[in-house]
Design a protein around this ligand. Structure first.
Ligand code: GAP
Length: 445
């Protein structure tokens, strides 16, 4: 993980958020290569689920939502982690993350009995377990948090959404009324979500600001099992075929009832073997009709779906695949990170799937100080740039150093213009993974 973090920073993939001011825990900034990789991942997801299927529709809802959303969803009451404070050093931790074999619903008595040592000072002197709500609060409108009118202040409270899912549920009726979809159908969204995590950790794995890609798939109440199996299979296909993740590193975990979120009757977590150990990559949950029923109650609106053929009316049940963009990026980056030996020297190479690599090609002149080579290389660069867009130019250092740099950022092919090019219009194309070189006509690139 340390090597990967260092590569990501060194090559402009990912920087710590607000680094210039000493950082801001749980936030990350994406550099030119990182944002390119991130965009490729999200557009593959969108293409796979929205564009290539005819039963899933995309939306993009607001991050700030009416606070009644979070009452109806249960987040105001239950979106909380067990917080415990060390009485000796006053360090604050998520209780279920510093002791083995306990769940998020651990009680103070259960925790006290375990004699857990404080990760900071080593003492075992704990305060009570308190429930810490992870939603970020803000105030909407011309209200100051210290205004003396308490009612005005409390009425101005809003939250940064902790999941994109509620933007989907609250638009369910809009989609039904405007698109008239046949059931089963899904609504997909990609967007930011915010969680005041007690301990953000493991690079971009657990952040306070992340992006989620979520689908709510609406089905007849008696058809949920079939839809769940379809989603299990399709999500595996997406991760393995489109993201290039090794099948052997993805493990399905049937989540026990006490560990499931408050809305779920079945959850399978897709666990991934990250460099620091196995962690949740994504979740697949059967949310029943929990959300639509609650929204119908809170809003007073009828959220029944009327079957066009049978005229039956019912509240659909929901299957939800939910994946964090950063967790997926970390899985893609860590599975691509390779150290090997080429021509007797060690190298680091990012073996990214070609369609995810930030640059498809790097074009360079063999020698920087030969104007005729540079001019020809610029011609080839321009040609490819117009055709493919994501092409980079590199004339720094010697050719060996350029190859190492492009290997590290995962560029699949390096194209080199040399003296033969001036004679026969062919170039050298060097392959990232094998380092093999072939001559190709410019017109055939
Ligand atoms: N709508 C359901 C939901 O939000 P979740 O299990 O809390 O369920 C779903 O989150 C996915 O979102 C996770 O599997 C993970 O990929 C991502 N995720 C959640 N919290 C995250 C965090 N703090 N940092 C990065 N990704 C996170």
């Amino acid at each position: 993980m340390e090597d990967l973090i260092s590569l990501c920073k060194r090559r402009g993939f990912i920087f710590p958020g607000s680094e210039i001011y000493g950082g801001f825990a749980g936030t990350w900034d994406f550099g030119p290569l990182g944002v390119s990789l991130k965009n490729k991942i999200t557009s593959e997801w969108w293409s796979f689920w929205v564009e290539k299927r005819d039963d899933i529709y995309g939306i993009d809802a607001a991050i700030l939502m009416n606070p009644r959303t979070w009452v109806a969803s249960g987040h105001t009451a239950t979106f909380a982690d067990p917080l415990v404070e060390c009485k000796n050093c006053h360090g604050r931790f998520r209780a279920d993350k510093i002791a083995d074999g306990i769940t998020e619903s651990v009680t103070t008595e259960e925790f006290q009995k375990l004699n857990v040592k404080c990760p900071t000072c080593g003492k075992s002197d704990w305060g009570p377990i308190r429930k810490f709500n992870m939603m970020f609060t803000t105030h909407v409108g011309a209200v100051l948090p210290d205004d003396t009118d308490e009612e005005l202040v409390s009425k101005s409270v809003a939250y940064l959404r902790p999941e994109t899912a509620q933007g989907i549920f609250t638009n369910y009726k809009n989609i039904v009324d405007t698109i008239y979809p046949d059931i089963p159908f899904g609504i997909a969204q990609i967007g930011k979500a915010f969680r005041n995590e007690i301990s953000p950790r493991d690079f971009i794995l657990r952040d306070r600001e992340c992006s989620q890609m979520e689908i709510e798939y609406f089905v007849r109440p008696d058809a949920w099992e079939e839809a769940f199996e379809m989603m299990l299979k399709e999500n595996h296909r997406f991760l393995e075929e489109k993201m290039g993740l090794p099948k052997a590193k993805i493990h399905d975990l049937e989540v026990s009832p006490e560990d499931r979120a408050h809305y779920s009757k079945r959850t399978v977590d897709f666990m991934y073997e990250y460099p620091n150990g196995e962690e949740e990559l994504m979740g697949l949950a059967y949310r029943t009709d929990f959300d639509l029923q609650n929204i119908a109650r809170e809003s007073g609106k009828n959220l029944e779906y009327r079957d066009k053929n049978t005229k039956e009316a019912f509240i659909p049940h929901v299957i939800e695949p939910s994946i964090g963009v950063e967790r997926l990026m970390l899985a893609v980056l860590s599975s691509a990170y390779t150290e090997d030996e080429i021509d007797g020297s060690r190298r680091v190479v990012l073996k990214l799937p070609e369609h995810l690599a930030p640059y498809s090609f790097c074009v360079s002149p063999l020698l920087k100080n030969k104007p005729e080579l540079v001019a020809k290389a610029r011609e080839v660069y321009k040609l490819l740039k117009e055709k493919y867009g994501n092409i980079t130019w590199d004339d720094s250092g010697n050719i060996g150093k350029r190859y190492r740099k492009q290997d590290e950022i995962g560029t699949p092919k390096c194209i080199v213009i040399d003296f033969d090019t001036l004679e026969d219009d062919t170039v050298t194309v060097r392959d990232r993974d094998t380092a093999a070189q072939v001559r190709v006509k410019i017109s055939e690139l």
